[in-house]
Design a binder for this molecule. Structure first.
Ligand SMILES: [Zn+2]
Length: 275
């Protein structure tokens, strides 16, 4: 091999080496590109999957909200179906805590001359008075239906009297008057279903008329509303003269169970009529 041949073969080797280097470079670039692409792809898939996670986690959020809504205890549980007797107007409760219902309607009927009662009580009260009379028992109606307006007039007059005659302040006069006069709207007489008999005094309890009522009032749908034994439930002292019409069926059951109206309503709540 001469010098020229050696030079040629050296150049050829040099060319091969350079070509190989190029190939290696290209391969390296190719590998780098592949790595870069796969990294990008995996980053992209990571992004996609993380956004899926976000979706699914927000989905979980939705589910947990939905489940918390369905699992959380209902703040206002549906009330037990109420015994229909409790909304019977005959059993309406009007006392110091329960005013006359706003939609209450009285259809006043004049009885025994000048007093008025609601028509629901009229027939049975007429029969009661007739039966008492037949038994030669002296019984008359001292007071029955009283409108809220009339009660207000009575109270206003009592307050004015105390201010002008006894020198009380308006506040003192009102407080004093409310000891004996029901606050307007809170008297059972507004219902048209309450009746005061005879002279409206404690002495009534000693009369033959009272004994007759004890025995017969329930037969005509009336109950003594404020008894000595029920002061705790009614909040009102014994009133032997004040009777309340509830109808024969309720009156006789209240009598049998020895329950006043407050107690009887509680009894109906705990013993609802089965449908
Ligand atoms: Zn009364």
């Amino acid at each position: 091999m001469n010098k020229a041949e050696r030079e040629r073969s050296r150049l050829q080797r040099e060319q091969i080496r350079r070509r190989n280097l190029r190939i290696i470079k290209l391969l390296g670039i190719g590998v780098l590109v592949i790595i870069a692409v796969s990294l990008f792809a995996s980053a992209l898939s990571g992004f996609v999957s993380s956004s899926e996670d976000q979706n699914s986690s927000s989905g979980q959020l939705n589910i947990s909200i939905a489940s918390s809504v369905s699992v959380a205890p209902d703040p206002t549980p549906l009330p037990e179906p109420e015994d229909p007797r409790l909304s019977d107007p005959l059993l309406v409760l009007v006392n110091s805590e329960n005013p006359l219902p706003e939609n209450w309607q009285v259809t006043p009927k004049t009885i025994a001359g000048e007093e008025q009662v609601d028509q629901q009580a009229y027939e049975d009260l007429t029969a009661l008075l007739a039966a008492a009379s037949e038994s030669e028992v002296t019984l008359w109606i001292a007071s029955s239906y009283r409108s809220v307006d009339l009660q207000q007039e009575i109270l206003d007059r009592a307050v004015q009297n105390r201010i002008s005659q006894e020198g009380m302040t308006e506040e003192e006069a009102l407080e004093d008057a409310l000891r004996t006069i029901n606050r307007p709207g809170y008297s059972e007489h507004h219902t048209g279903l309450a009746v005061d008999f005879n002279d409206v005094s404690d002495d009534f309890e000693e009369t033959e008329a009272y004994r007759w009522l004890e025995e017969h009032a329930a037969e005509y749908g009336f109950v003594q509303r404020y008894k000595k034994s029920k002061v705790k439930s009614t909040g009102i002292d014994n009133e032997s003269w004040h009777y309340r019409y509830v109808g024969k069926e309720y009156a006789q059951e209240m009598e049998r169970l020895d329950l006043c109206l407050e107690e009887y309503r509680d009894y109906l709540k705990s013993h609802p009529k089965s449908a």
